[in-house]
Ligand binder design. Structure first.
Ligand code: ACM
Length: 526
C-alpha cells in the first residue's frame, strides 16, 4: 500500500516536472497551460480563471451559420489537425468545444473576446477579422508543439479565463522589398503566415526599384520582362504575373492582411527607365542596375509620357488590388529637383484618387503637398533633424496620417550587432530591446496622437535572398513591432515583454522559423 502510494506520488512528480515516465527520449510535456501573459502581442485585458479547457478527440469547432465564421473555423481546424491528430469537425450544431461567434459588441473591426473554461472556448467578435485574431491568441495559448505538422502527444490545454482584446492602431504593417531581390509567391505566403501569427494586418510590397520591376503591367510589358530580369548582384530577378499577384492578395486576405502595393517614384526608377527610353528626359535608356546605390534615377517630371505611364501603371495595379491604399514611394528623389518633385506629386496623387485609392508615400511626400487623406510613412531616425521632423509633424497637424517606421528602431534589415552576418547598418545597429522600447504616440514631437495610424516594419532585401534569411532578420524583432501596434501603452514593459517573447521560441522552432538568439532575451534552455 505504502509502496503504491509512493510510486503514484513519484509518477505525479515526474509528470509535473515534465519528465517522461516511459523512459525513452524525454520530451518535455508541459502539464500547466500557457498563461495569458505569454501571448504576443499582449492582450488589452486579461482575467485568468481557475480551470482550463482541454481539446480532445471529441472536440468540435462550432461556427454560426455565416460563411466567414466557417472560413475562420476551417482555418483553425487546419492549424490543429496535423499535430493533435483529431478530426475537429467544423459544424454549426452541438454544444461546448471551440466556438467562433460573430455577434455585435464592443469589439470594433478587429477585436474579440475569448472565454475559456472546462466546458469550452468561445471566441466572440463583431467581424471576421476579430475571430481570426482571436484564433491567433488561442493558438498561442496551446503548447508550441501544436505548430508541428505531425501528431504530437499533447495534452492540449487552454488556460481558463477571459481575454478582451482590441488593437491600439489600425495600421500594423510589414513591408517586404521584392525588388532588390525577388521572392516567389510561396516565399511571400510563408511570410504572410508568420505575420498573421502576430496580428499584423498590412502587407506592403515594395514592387519596383532601381534593381527590378516585379509586377506585370499589360500596357508596358517590358517593365516586367526586361525591367524585372535582374536583381542586386546580377541574379535572374523575376516578376509576378497578374495571376501571381492576385494569388498573393487572395492569400493575404485569407489571413486578414490588406496588401499595400508600392510603385516607388519619381526616384528609385532605373528598372523602368531601362525598359523604356522615352521615359528618360534625354530619350536614352540606361543599362539595368544590380548595385545598391540609391538616389541616381528619376522619372522625367517635364514629359507628358511620364504621366501616361503613371496613369497606366496605377490603373492596372489599382484594378488588381482590393485594398484601399496605393503607395507611391517618393523617397530619396535626389536626382529630381525640388520644383519637379512638387510638380510630379501634384499630378500623380490625383491619379491614385481617380482609381479609387488612398495615397501613401514615404515621409518626403510632406515636402510636396500631401493629398487630402494621404498617409506619410516616417522612416527617419531618432536623430533626424528637428526641421525634418517638424515638417512631418506639421503635415500631421494638417490632416496627413502618419505610419511610423523609424529606421533605427523597426527597419528589420538593420544588423542586430556588428557581427550579424546579414543586413545593413546605415541606420545603426538595432538590438531587440531597441526595436521594442519606444512609444509610437510620443515618437514624433508636435504630431497629434490622433494622426498616428500605426507602425510598420520594413524589410529591405539588398542582402537577403532566402526565407530563412528573411526570418533571421524579422525574428525576434517583428513580434515587438506587432505588439507596439496592437497592445495598449499600459502593457508596455521590456522586462515583462522579454519573458513573453522568450516563450515564443519553441513555437518558432516547431514552425521551422530561423531566428536570432539575442542575448537580451531569456530564451528557455534546452
Ligand atoms: C527608404 O528607406 N528609402 C524608404
Amino acid at each position: 500500500m505504502k509502496h503504491r502510494t509512493l510510486r503514484l506520488l513519484g509518477s505525479l512528480l515526474l509528470v509535473a516536472t515534465g519528465v517522461s515516465v516511459t523512459g525513452a527520449a524525454p520530451a518535455p510535456r508541459p502539464t500547466a497551460p500557457t498563461p495569458f501573459d505569454h501571448v504576443v502581442p499582449a492582450p488589452a485585458h486579461a482575467a485568468p480563471g481557475e480551470h482550463p479547457y482541454r481539446i480532445t478527440r471529441g472536440t468540435q469547432i462550432r461556427v454560426d451559420g455565416s460563411r466567414e465564421a466557417r472560413r475562420v473555423g476551417e482555418y483553425l481546424a487546419g492549424l490543429l489537425r496535423p499535430s493533435t491528430g483529431y478530426r475537429l469537425p467544423v459544424t454549426d450544431r452541438g454544444a461546448g468545444g471551440i466556438r467562433l461567434r460573430l455577434h455585435q459588441g464592443p469589439f470594433g473591426a478587429e477585436g474579440y473576446r475569448l472565454d475559456s473554461g472546462p466546458a469550452g472556448v468561445t471566441i466572440t467578435a463583431a467581424a471576421p477579422a476579430g475571430l481570426f485574431h482571436g484564433v491567433q491568441t488561442l493558438r498561442q495559448l496551446l503548447p508550441a508543439a501544436v505548430e508541428k505538422d505531425s501528431v504530437q502527444p499533447g495534452p492540449w490545454l487552454v488556460a481558463g479565463g477571459t481575454l478582451q482584446d482590441t488593437p491600439r492602431y489600425g495600421w500594423r504593417g510589414a513591408m517586404l522589398d521584392v525588388s532588390r531581390h525577388f521572392f516567389t509567391v510561396e516565399q511571400v505566403k510563408r511570410y504572410i503566415d508568420q505575420l498573421a501569427l502576430y496580428k499584423i494586418n498590412k502587407l506592403h510590397l515594395h514592387l519596383s526599384d532601381d534593381q527590378g520591376w516585379r509586377i506585370a503591367i499589360d500596357s508596358w510589358p517590358r517593365l516586367a520582362t526586361y525591367g524585372g530580369s535582374t536583381q542586386v548582384g546580377g541574379g535572374p530577378g523575376g516578376h509576378y504575373t497578374k495571376a501571381d499577384y492576385r494569388e498573393i492578395v487572395r492569400y493575404a486576405s485569407s489571413r486578414y492582411l490588406e496588401v499595400v502595393p508600392e510603385i516607388d517614384m519619381p526616384g528609385h526608377t532605373n528598372a523602368a527607365l531601362a525598359s523604356y527610353a522615352d521615359l528618360n528626359c534625354d530619350g536614352v535608356a540606361p543599362p539595368l542596375y544590380t548595385g545598391t546605390a540609391v538616389g541616381f534615377s528619376s522619372l522625367c517630371a517635364g514629359k507628358e509620357i511620364t504621366y501616361d505611364f503613371v496613369d497606366d501603371v496605377i490603373r492596372e495595379l489599382a484594378a488588381l488590388t482590393p485594398g484601399r491604399y496605393l503607395h507611391i514611394g517618393g523617397d530619396e528623389a535626389h536626382s529630381t529637383s525640388h520644383e519637379d518633385y512638387v510638380a510630379f506629386m501634384e499630378r500623380v496623387q490625383p491619379i491614385v484618387a481617380r482609381y479609387g485609392k488612398t495615397v501613401v508615400g514615404w515621409h518626403q511626400l510632406t515636402g510636396a503637398t500631401p493629398a487630402e487623406g494621404a498617409l506619410a510613412q516616417y522612416w527617419g531616425l531618432d536623430g533626424t533633424g528637428a526641421q525634418e521632423k517638424e515638417r512631418v509633424a506639421a503635415a500631421a497637424r494638417n490632416g496627413t496620417g502618419i505610419v511610423l517606421s523609424p529606421a533605427d528602431r523597426v527597419y528589420l534589415d538593420m544588423k542586430y550587432t556588428a557581427d550579424t552576418p546579414l543586413g545593413l547598418s546605415w541606420a545603426g545597429l538595432v538590438e531587440v530591446r531597441r526595436s521594442y522600447d519606444w512609444d509610437p504616440a510620443a515618437y514624433l514631437p508636435g504630431a497629434p496622437a490622433s494622426a498616428i495610424r500605426g507602425v510598420e516594419a520594413p524589410l529591405w532585401s539588398e542582402t537577403l535572398t532566402r526565407s530563412d534569411e528573411i526570418e533571421y532578420m524579422a525574428f525576434p524583432r517583428l513580434p515587438g513591432v506587432a505588439e507596439l501596434g496592437w497592445s495598449p501603452a499600459s502593457t508596455h514593459d521590456w522586462d515583462a515583454y522579454k519573458v513573453r517573447l522568450a516563450a515564443q521560441a519553441g513555437r518558432w522552432e516547431a514552425l521551422g522559423i530561423d531566428f536570432y538568439r539575442s542575448p537580451q532575451v531569456p530564451w528557455p534552455t534546452a
